[in-house]
Design a protein around this ligand. Structure first.
Ligand SMILES: *[C@@H]1O[C@H](CO)[C@@H](O)[C@H](O)[C@H]1NC(C)=O
Ligand SMILES: *[C@@H]1O[C@H](CO)[C@@H](O)[C@H](O)[C@H]1NC(C)=O
Length: 356
C-alpha cells in the first residue's frame, strides 16, 4: 500500500517534470518538429497559472495596508484595481490602542510599620539620631528644606539651566507602575526620559501594555528574560544623555515637587557631588566578631539608624549624611561611572551596601 502510493506520487512528479520540460524546450527549441495537442494545453494552463501568480502578487502588494497608493504613480491599472478591491477587504485593526484606564493596575503598599512601644528603645534611637544630627550641624551644617531651596543652584525649573533627568524604574511583580508614571508626569520639573526596566519578570507583558498605553515617546520599556539583578538599572544609567539619573525602587511613589527639589540641591556648590535620596541608613558599630548587629538588636545603642523611622517616631526634616541610601538614588550622570570602580562582591543582593 505504502509503496504503491509512493510510486504513484513519483509518477505524478515525473509527469509534471516532463510537461515542464516540454514547455521549456518548446520555447527554446523552435526546430522541434511536432507538438502534441495535450502538451500545448498544459503549456497554456501553466502560463495562465504563472500569469495569475504574478498578478496576485501585485494585487496583494498594492492592497496591503502599509502601501500608500498615492505615492506610486506607475502601474495605474493595478492601482485602480486595487482601489476598487480595497473597498471589499476588511482592514485589520493594526493599531489597537489600549487606554491607560484599561491597562493600569494598582495596589496599595502597606507602609504602616510596627510602632515600637518600648520606651527605652525609642529613647535610645532618638538620642542616637539627635547625636548624629548635632554632630553634622556642627561640622558640615544640616539645612532644612527652606534653607536648601534658598541656596544658589546651577539648575532651575525657570531656566536658564533646566536640568535633564532620566528616571529609571525597575519592575518585577508589583502593580505600582501606573502610580509612579502618573506622579512622574505630574512633576513641577518635567522629566527628560523614563526607562521602565523589567528583568526576568513574569509580568513583562502587562508592564509593556501599560507603557504602551501612555503613548509617550519619552517613556520607554526595556525588558529581558535574563535577570540583570540589582545592577542592571545602574548599568543602564551609564548610557543616559541627561544631566541626572533618578533610580527608583518599585515601591517608591515620588511627590510632585521631588525632581525640582533634588535637582536644585544637586546644583548647589555644597552638594554637587552628592547622591541624594529619601531613605538612608547609618551603619551600626561593628562588634568584636566583625559582624554588624541587627538593626533591631534589643536595647543596643550601637545598632545604627534607619532614616526616617516611623517605628521610633524619627522624622527627618533636614538634610542628613548617611552611610548609604536605600530605595532611591538621585545622582549626576557622571557619578554613575564611579559605582563601577570596584568589582561588586556579588550581583545577587545588597545593592544598597555596594552603592553607599
Ligand atoms: C499633581 O500635582 C499637583 C501639585 O503640583 C497636585 O496638587 C495634584 O494633586 C497632583 N495630581 C496627581 C494626580 O498626582
Ligand atoms: C499617540 O501619540 C501620537 C503623537 O503624540 C499621536 O499622534 C497619536 O494619535 C497617539 N495615539 C493614540 C492612539 O492616542
Amino acid at each position: 500500500m505504502f509503496f504503491r502510493q509512493e510510486s504513484c506520487k513519483m509518477r505524478n512528479n515525473e509527469y509534471l517534470e516532463s510537461t515542464i520540460n516540454e514547455v521549456v524546450t518548446s520555447k527554446s527549441n523552435k526546430t522541434r518538429p511536432q507538438k502534441t495537442a495535450p502538451s500545448r494545453l498544459v503549456a497554456c494552463l501553466t502560463f495562465l497559472q504563472f500569469a495569475f501568480a504574478i498578478y496576485a502578487t501585485f494585487l496583494l502588494y498594492y492592497m496591503s495596508p502599509s502601501v500608500d497608493l498615492r505615492t506610486k504613480p506607475d502601474f495605474t491599472w493595478a492601482t485602480k484595481l486595487a482601489r476598487s478591491w480595497k473597498k471589499f477587504v476588511i482592514q485589520p485593526q493594526v493599531v489597537s490602542h489600549i487606554r491607560e484606564s484599561d491597562a493600569c493596575e494598582y495596589e496599595t503598599i502597606d507602609f504602616s510599620q510596627k510602632k515600637s512601644n518600648d520606651v527605652l528603645m525609642i529613647k535610645l534611637k532618638r538620642e542616637l539620631y539627635n547625636e548624629v544630627l548635632d554632630f553634622q550641624k556642627r561640622t558640615s551644617g544640616s539645612e532644612n528644606l527652606a534653607e536648601l531651596m534658598r541656596m544658589k543652584s546651577k539648575w532651575s525649573v525657570n531656566g536658564p539651566n533646566i536640568p535633564k533627568i532620566t528616571v529609571i524604574l525597575n519592575h518585577f511583580k508589583r502593580k505600582t507602575l501606573c502610580a509612579q508614571l502618573n506622579s512622574l508626569l505630574n512633576q513641577t520639573l518635567p522629566f527628560h526620559q523614563i526607562w521602565v526596566l523589567s528583568f526576568g519578570s513574569p509580568n513583562e507583558i502587562s508592564f509593556k501594555r501599560i507603557v504602551d498605553s501612555y503613548n509617550d515617546s519619552r517613556i520607554s520599556f526595556i525588558s529581558s528574560s535574563y535577570d540583570f539583578k540589582y545592577y542592571g538599572r545602574f548599568q543602564m544609567a551609564l548610557q543616559t544623555e541627561s544631566d541626572f539619573v533618578y533610580i527608583l525602587d518599585d515601591d517608591m511613589i515620588p511627590g510632585a515637587k521631588l525632581l525640582q527639589i533634588l535637582s536644585h540641591v544637586a546644583g548647589t556648590e555644597k552638594y554637587k557631588n552628592s547622591v541624594l535620596g529619601s531613605i538612608g541608613r547609618i551603619l551600626p558599630f561593628r562588634q568584636k566578631d566583625f559582624k554588624f548587629p541587627s538593626y533591631r538588636k534589643f536595647r543596643s545603642k550601637e545598632a545604627g539608624l534607619y532614616l526616617p523611622d516611623p517605628a521610633y517616631d524619627i522624622t527627618v526634616d533636614r538634610i542628613v549624611q548617611v552611610d548609604f541610601l536605600s530605595s532611591s538614588w538621585f545622582l549626576s550622570s557622571d557619578l554613575t561611572k564611579t559605582l563601577f570602580v570596584e568589582t561588586p562582591f556579588t550581583f545577587i543582593t545588597g545593592e544598597d551596601l555596594h552603592l553607599r
